[in-house]
Design a protein around this ligand. Structure first.
Ligand code: NAD
Length: 252
């Protein structure tokens, strides 16, 4: 068995629902000591084999307190998964400033604050993994996604710089780009069938992505087997727009 996360201390932001919750469950199943951070948690709790801490990733105080709690309890942090994110939709002409700022505060600010908070611990350990949720939108954005796509592109560049800064400490930093996982964030599953078809037609693997596809990648990237991968954006989108008009293959 090359992948072994037994007793690894793993921190997952946005772990209350959606992809984050699946990541939490997956690392718990791999034997890790997982703490989920989420603004949706009312109070600190233990559930389904992991610890839940109330945390707003866009608040420096909230992030500092959560990371302090984890370090006090475990004495180390092996893996940070910056999964928390929000989607802000609207044309540039119509977007209001507060929504633009909220998108950057959570999607970029949250990644910055949590990464910064774990750096001293990971440097001291001379080991660690930081994994940042980007998006396919950072590769090819869609109409109405200026705030979200720009925030996810920022995550990619942030990832590259931090990978360089932490290389001397053997801490790796990578971003990953899911494609289309139906969750509360996007409402794909509730769309009219014709709209779902149009989206599915952009995929080489013409099916909705499951959160497990993302968790599987992260279990690998967090492992010793991925020790020489850093500063990258890993596309886990099922071949979204890997070719022009991928649906042609299904018509043959
Ligand atoms: P989701 O909306 O289902 O879950 C997001 C979680 O983040 C929620 O539990 C929410 O409470 C939490 N959160 C939001 N703001 C927070 C804050 N300020 N502090 C702490 N927690 C906060 O979303 P999802 O679809 O599971 O997406 C997870 C990540 O994956 C996001 O970063 C998203 O941008 C990215 N992503 C998702 C898809 C997709 O198809 N679902 C595609 C590409 C990228």
């Amino acid at each position: 068995m090359l992948i072994d996360h037994t007793d690894k201390v793993v921190l997952v932001s946005g772990g209350a629902r959606g992809i984050g919750r699946t990541i939490v469950d997956r690392f718990v199943a791999e034997g890790a000591a997982v703490t989920a951070l989420d603004i949706a948690f009312d109070e600190d709790d233990t559930a389904a084999g992991h610890v839940q801490l109330a945390c707003d990733v866009s608040s420096p105080e909230s992030v500092a307190s959560a990371v302090r709690t984890v370090v006090e309890r475990h004495g180390r942090i092996d893996v940070l998964i910056n999964n928390a994110g929000i989607n802000v939709v609207g044309s540039v002409e119509d977007l209001d400033w507060d929504r633009w700022r909220a998108c950057f505060d959570v999607n970029v600010g949250g990644v910055f604050l949590l990464s910064q908070a774990v750096i001293p611990t990971m440097k001291q350990q001379r080991s660690g993994r930081i994994l940042n949720a980007a998006s396919f939108a950072a590769i090819v954005p869609s109409i109405g996604s200026a705030a979200y796509a720009a925030s996810k592109s920022a995550v990619v560049q942030f990832t590259r710089v931090l990978a360089g800064e932490l290389g001397p400490y053997d801490v790796t930093v990578n971003a990953y780009a899911p494609g289309m996982v139906p969750t509360a964030m996007n409402g794909f599953a509730e769309m009219a069938p014709a709209d779902q078809d149009r989206l599915l037609d952009t995929l080489s693997l013409r099916r909705w992505q499951s959160a497990k596809d993302v968790a599987d990648l992260l279990v690998f990237l967090a492992s010793d087997s991925a020790g020489y991968i850093t500063g990258t954006l890993v596309d886990v989108s099922g071949g979204k727009l890997a070719t022009q008009i991928p649906s042609r293959a299904y018509e043959i």
